[in-house]
Design a protein around this ligand. Structure first.
Ligand SMILES: [Ca+2]
Length: 197
């Protein structure tokens, strides 16, 4: 092995170590740098071809779907369970006879999680907030998202960040992505709103 070769290997090794250290540093100090980027167009998606199955439940034609998974959501406002209505996102304004790419079939029982159905034509980064945009179209008093994509649980057009202390956990662990949190299968998302004094 000649000296020139050793030098090159040393530099390569040095470069690799530096790159690894930089990666670890970013991961430690700014973990959100690696979070998937939310795709906000999701809330406008609409699955057509709604039909009734043998059990009388509304279903869609499977052919349109490549992804179908189920995060679940539970919301508490000032200590009170806030139910998510059955069929939220189904046959709604702008998607009649169809279903939004994030929707609900059965409502969760009092105090329980409600299962969200995420059904998209391809793999997408579906943010939690997209469900609030869909929920907003369910009725004029439904929880919403402001234009700045902040929670608006009381549908008054004012960001809930001004009105409430908000905490969120996913599978019991604190999470600070809130509206932008990209949902994955099985995520148990719990949000608590407490009116500021
Ligand atoms: Ca509000």
């Amino acid at each position: 092995m000649d000296l020139k070769g050793v030098a090159t290997e040393t530099w390569l090794l040095f470069g690799a170590v530096t790159a690894t250290a930089a990666f670890v540093a970013v991961a430690l100090f700014n973990p959100s740098a690696f979070d998937p980027k939310p795709n906000w167009d999701v809330s406008d998606g609409c699955l057509g071809g709604l039909e009734t199955d043998e059990n009388g439940e509304l279903i869609h034609r499977e052919s349109e779907i490549s992804e179908h998974y189920h995060p679940k959501l539970k919301i508490t406002v000032d200590g009170q369970f806030l139910g998510i209505p059955a069929n939220t996102g189904i046959d709604q304004v702008g998607c009649r006879e169809g279903m939004r790419w994030v929707h609900v079939h059965s409502a969760g029982a009092n105090g329980q999680f409600t299962v969200l159905h995420v059904e998209t034509p391809s793999k997408m980064n579906v943010p939690l907030g997209s469900f609030f945009e869909i929920w907003e179209r369910h009725g004029s008093s439904s929880p919403a998202l402001t234009e700045d994509k902040n929670f608006d649980i009381n549908s008054n057009g004012i960001s809930d960040w001004e009105e409430y202390e908000i905490t969120m956990t996913v599978d019991g662990k604190s999470n600070t992505d809130y509206e932008s949190f990209v949902m994955e299968d099985g995520d148990a998302i719990e949000i608590t709103f407490t009116t500021k004094n």
